[in-house]
Every structure is written in structure tokens, then in C-alpha cells.
Design a protein around this ligand. Structure first.
Ligand SMILES: Cc1cc2nc3c(=O)[nH]c(=O)nc-3n(C[C@H](O)[C@H](O)[C@H](O)COP(=O)(O)O)c2cc1C
Length: 169
């Protein structure tokens, strides 16, 4: 069996995997952080619940992104799950509008909870987390976060990314 960790699979597998992931609808989040390393944020769908007791989740960030080293240095992050009106914010934090770093926070209303990471007021849910473990896997860092505070924002339709487009559910 081909191992993604020990060696590179054939490029056709990489392409097919990418195409396969485009068919997998996923909630859209903005991962934010603030602290000694500065303030940063990136759009991500690679977010998953790990454990209820203790409450933990994980986030996968490309180590080549500008946000990754800031999250590492700060040791905290917040998962802001976007509502159906969040496509513009998602594009900003995905770097699609050419805005980088702390400038991305000029859009949206932001507050803080316990870790100091920016919390998007319009997010349907915000999970404020302290990092308990980081694993480097392939091109990404997997951040395991202990959830310190949860903010339930306005309820309503959520934003998902499917077939390379934003959709509401
Ligand atoms: C819908 C969507 C989902 C994304 N999911 C992830 C993800 O899970 N992990 C990741 O590292 N990048 C993901 N990206 C790409 C980052 O948002 C993008 O690389 C961003 O520019 C990172 O910004 P930075 O380099 O300033 O940190 C996603 C982009 C989009 C549009």
C-alpha cells in the first residue's frame, strides 16, 4: 500500500485526491490567533472534533502559510465557523482579495474570549482553544486545541464549501 507519509504517491493520486476532496462538502471556518507572535487568520475547512471529555478539536494548517508560525508562537487559536453570509470573509482570509496579515481583520466585527484570539461576532460558533499538541504531518501542522470557551453566535444557515464553491445549508 502506498504511504502518504513515507513517500510521495504517484502524481495521478495527488490529483485525484484533490479532485476527491472537492466533492466532499465541508463547513468553512476562519482560524484566528493573537498574542506575542502577532495577529493572523486563515480560512480552513480542515477542522475536526477530537474529544468531548476533555473538549478538544483539531485544525490542519499548511506550514507554508503565513498564519501557521503565528499560531505556533501564540499557542492559541479560535475556530470561527461561518454562517451563510460569510463568503466575503472566507475569501479575505483565504488570501483571495490580496489582503494579508492583521489587515484582514478590517472586515467584520471582532471580540475576544479567554485566549485573546479574535472572535468573529457573526460566526455561528466560535471555539476558543489553547494548543496542547502539534504534529507535523506531510505539508501541514495538525494543531490539537483544548476548547476553553465556546460562543454560540447567531443561529441560521451555515456556509459549506463544495465543488469549489460556497453553498448554504
Ligand atoms: C474554502 C477554503 C478552505 C481552506 N482550507 C484550508 C485548510 O483547511 N488548511 C489550510 O492550511 N489552508 C486552507 N485553505 C487555504 C488558506 O485559506 C490560504 O492558503 C490562506 O491564504 C492562508 O493565508 P496565509 O498564508 O496568510 O496564512 C483554504 C482555502 C479555502 C478557500
Amino acid at each position: 500500500m502506498t504511504s502518504l507519509i513515507r513517500g510521495w504517491p504517484a502524481s495521478s493520486v495527488l490529483r485525484t485526491k484533490r479532485e476527491g476532496m472537492s466533492r466532499l462538502g465541508a463547513a468553512v471556518h476562519v482560524i484566528t490567533t493573537a498574542g506575542p507572535g502577532g495577529k493572523a487568520g486563515a480560512t480552513a475547512t480542515a477542522v475536526c472534533s477530537v474529544s468531548d471529555a476533555p473538549p478538544m478539536l483539531l485544525v490542519c494548517l499548511n506550514r507554508g502559510s503565513q498564519t501557521n508560525p503565528v499560531v505556533v508562537e501564540n499557542g492559541v487559536f479560535c475556530v470561527n465557523t461561518l454562517g451563510d453570509g460569510g463568503a466575503e470573509i472566507a475569501d479575505i482570509f483565504a488570501g483571495r482579495t490580496g489582503v494579508a496579515g492583521g489587515e484582514r481583520f478590517a472586515s467584520g466585527d471582532w471580540l475576544t474570549l479567554s485566549t485573546g484570539s479574535p472572535v468573529l461576532a457573526s460566526a455561528v460558533i466560535a471555539f476558543d482553544c489553547r494548543i496542547v499538541e502539534v504534529r507535523s504531518v506531510g505539508s501541514h501542522n495538525v494543531f490539537f486545541g483544548a476548547v476553553e470557551t465556546v460562543r454560540l453566535g447567531p443561529s441560521g444557515p451555515a456556509l459549506v464549501y463544495h465543488d469549489r464553491a460556497y453553498k448554504r445549508v
